[in-house]
Ligand binder design. Structure first.
Ligand SMILES: Cc1cc2nc3c(=O)[nH]c(=O)nc-3n(C[C@H](O)[C@H](O)[C@H](O)COP(=O)(O)O)c2cc1C
Length: 186
């Protein structure tokens, strides 16, 4: 996760490749119950930064130079509709069928693919959450329908390592495989 960017633009063909990578996400029943909102240029980005970092203090000042934000949006209804079809048969549209909310998980896959695609393009990227209190205003700003939930935001740009103050990984170390993995039993 890169938390400091230069204002160098990201080329249009690079943006398209990052978006195309997101479109390769796997999804339950191939529901594809997600959408991506792209924000570029100050007219689109300034209201976004003003909203999401309104209460954050100066911590994210180095993020807001980034030229591209992609907001992945999750849509539960598309999954419930898809699984009500004959080949799945959950005509009651009950959420009790679902062990975890795959609409959010699959939307997260699109985010991860964009992070990886950005790195492949020699760029930096950051995922951060949008707090629940800001979601109504976010929808209003960009005309997003009520049934779509922003799961967070993916920031993409050219890294500025000298300005990057880091994040949680400075205070919490990555666990080893011995802690992560339970081999054969818990
Ligand atoms: C769901 C989610 C929310 C996150 N929210 C933030 C955030 O609000 N601010 C931030 O600086 N980093 C955020 N991160 C990034 C994590 O802090 C980061 O992935 C972790 O510290 C490991 O660092 P690395 O990804 O650079 O290896 C978030 C990551 C995820 C997956």
């Amino acid at each position: 996760m890169v938390r400091a960017y230069t204002d160098e633009p990201v080329a249009a063909d690079v943006v398209e490749r990052i978006l195309a990578a997101a479109n390769r996400a796997p999804s339950a029943g191939f529901s594809q119950g997600y959408a991506l909102l792209t924000l570029q240029g100050s007219e689109q980005l300034t209201p976004f930064w003003d909203l999401v970092f309104r209460d954050a203090g100066p911590t994210f000042d180095t993020v807001t130079l980034a030229p591209l934000v992609v907001v992945p949006l999750s849509c539960k209804d598309i999954y419930l509709d898809r699984y009500a079809r004959a080949d799945k048969g959950w005509t009651d549209r009950s959420e009790a069928h679902w062990p975890v909310p795959y609409w959010d998980i699959d939307t997260g896959f699109t985010a991860l693919l964009m992070l990886l695609a950005a790195v492949d393009e020699g760029l930096g990227a950051l995922f951060f959450g949008i707090t629940p209190d800001k979601i109504a205003e976010f929808r209003q700003l960009y005309g997003v329908p009520e049934e779509y939930v922003p799961i967070g935001a993916v920031v993409v740009g050219h890294p500025d390592p000298a300005a990057d103050k880091g994040g949680s990984a400075k205070v919490i170390k990555r666990r080893g495989l011995d802690e992560l993995v339970h081999r054969g039993s818990w």
